[in-house]
Design a protein around this ligand. Structure first.
Ligand SMILES: Nc1ncnc2c1ncn2[C@@H]1O[C@H](COP(=O)(O)OP(=O)(O)OP(=O)(O)O)[C@@H](O)[C@H]1O
Length: 262
């Protein structure tokens, strides 16, 4: 079986700055990955590579069996769903929620003169229902709360029925209730065998939904540790990645971390 993601010694440089340094990472069918690391560790850049939006300066990156640099990225991108704050910023505030999801079928933000098939309309409606925001279909995106926006964005990122779904900090800016609702929705997505392979970038272990299987810990543009969540999410690894002495606990399928005083 082909790997879903296969990065080998990927380095990304911008000017004299090395953003990713010799990163190797393999993601396989059925896996659900969490990517953790402090600010500036290179998490978003990893997703840029994984979504075919950034090419390695050195090394090789294969996404869904296609080598970046050789594949037509416009054919590859619809196969990868991406939800991020940067993409959300491009959604016109006067777009209806229904159209925010629907326009993903064409990979655009902002409805113009595209015509959509009944099947697309139905899929958009189903996705809005699945994420509990069907009642908002006629509302303008700009009028939604942060939590509602996040759900609509995830629904949008699933519109093309992607084989790989990348979620960049989907819980950022949510209140406690909103976060818990989102974590539950992502746990449901993780548990469904029909779901795409999932990669979730977060800053907080509390946001790891039950059902996620693997962890990539990044530090300073490098892989600090990677592998099955149960093995990699240790106090030692997390303390090393964040540069703080941390204790890690797992209760009821959820994780918590806190600083320990030495
Ligand atoms: N075009 C660029 N030129 C120079 N440096 C860049 C460029 N793009 C990103 N960087 C730097 O690369 C580093 C990694 O950025 P990235 O956004 O991938 O980190 P991150 O782990 O997602 O951070 P955060 O948690 O703060 O969102 C940061 O120090 C950032 O300033």
């Amino acid at each position: 079986m082909t790997d879903v993601l296969d990065l080998q010694a990927v380095t990304i440089r911008r000017g004299s700055t090395t953003i990713l340094d010799q990163v190797s990472w393999t993601v396989r069918e059925g896996e659900r990955w969490v990517v953790l690391g402090r600010n500036g560790a290179g998490k978003t850049t990893m997703l840029q590579v994984a979504s075919g939006r950034m090419h390695p300066t050195e090394g090789t990156a294969e996404v869904l069996g296609e080598r970046l640099g050789k594949v037509d990225v416009f054919e590859l991108r619809p196969r990868v769903g991406l939800s991020s704050a940067a993409l959300a910023d491009r959604i016109p505030s006067g777009e209806t929620v229904r159209d925010v999801v629907l326009t993903a079928a064409y990979g655009v933000t902002g409805r113009w003169r595209e015509s959509y098939e009944e099947l697309d309309e139905q899929r958009a409606a189903d996705l809005l229902r699945a994420f509990g925001v069907a009642r908002l279909a006629d509302r303008y995106f700009g009028t939604l709360s942060e939590g509602e926006r996040k759900r609509v964005q995830i629904a949008r990122s699933l519109m093309t029925d992607p084989e790989l779904l990348l979620l960049d900090e989907p819980a950022a800016g949510l209140d406690l209730g909103g976060r818990e609702e989102l974590v539950a929705a992502l746990a449901e997505l993780a548990a469904d065998p029909r779901s795409p392979v999932l990669v979730l970038v977060t800053h907080h272990v509390e946001e790891i939904p039950p059902g996620f299987t693997h962890l990539l810990l990044m530090r300073g543009g490098e892989v600090h540790a990677a592998g099955p969540l149960d093995e990699v999410l240790t106090a030692e690894n997390l303390s090393g990645a964040f540069g703080v002495d941390l204790a890690v606990d797992r209760v009821g399928g959820r994780w918590t971390a806190r600083a320990v005083s030495s």
